[in-house]
Design a binder for this molecule. Structure first.
Ligand code: HEC
Length: 120
């Protein structure tokens, strides 16, 4: 019984402290350091620039050679789509060449999306 009560308290705390509505761009900038290894906005980087990615069609930069699946992806990167992709990149774009397994922490996902949205 003690365990169940602990879980209830923990769940309550989580609801009270988690930024359910929006992430935090400043924290997201820290998270983005993981992404920047491949998305550093330099020609020759492994991944495409993510400047302005929120609201952009997937696989649409002219200066980057996307995988076939990413260039054929028929959607726009809104927050919801980015959230699913960052949880499970290959689940959202089967066959993507992004060699990254995604982020496990929902808070980090929201934060990094907020950071991306802050770089129009
Ligand atoms: C190890 C390298 C690597 C890391 C780390 C990485 N990515 Fe990528 N990412 C790629 C590559 C390569 C592609 C191109 C995928 C394709 O063409 O299938 C890509 C594509 C993307 C796209 C699609 C862009 C577009 O123009 O459609 C998004 C969004 C993205 N990554 C977000 C992220 C975020 C956010 C992070 C950090 C949490 C991250 N990636 C970490 C290599 C990486």
């Amino acid at each position: 019984m003690a365990d169940a009560r602990f879980l209830l308290v923990a769940a309550g705390l989580l609801c009270a402290t988690s930024p359910a509505l929006a992430g935090d761009a400043a924290r997201g900038k820290q998270v983005f350091q993981i992404c920047a290894a491949c998305h550093g906005d330099q020609p020759g980087d492994l991944g495409p620039s993510l400047v302005g990615v929120v609201g952009r069609k997937a696989g649409a930069r002219d200066d980057y050679r996307y995988s076939g699946p990413m260039s054929r992806a028929d959607f726009t990167w809104d927050r919801e789509r980015l959230r699913s992709f960052l949880r499970d990149p290959r689940g959202v774009v089967k066959g993507t060449k992004m060699p990254f397994d995604g982020l496990a922490d929902e808070g980090e996902i929201d934060d990094v999306i907020e950071f991306l949205a802050s770089r129009p």
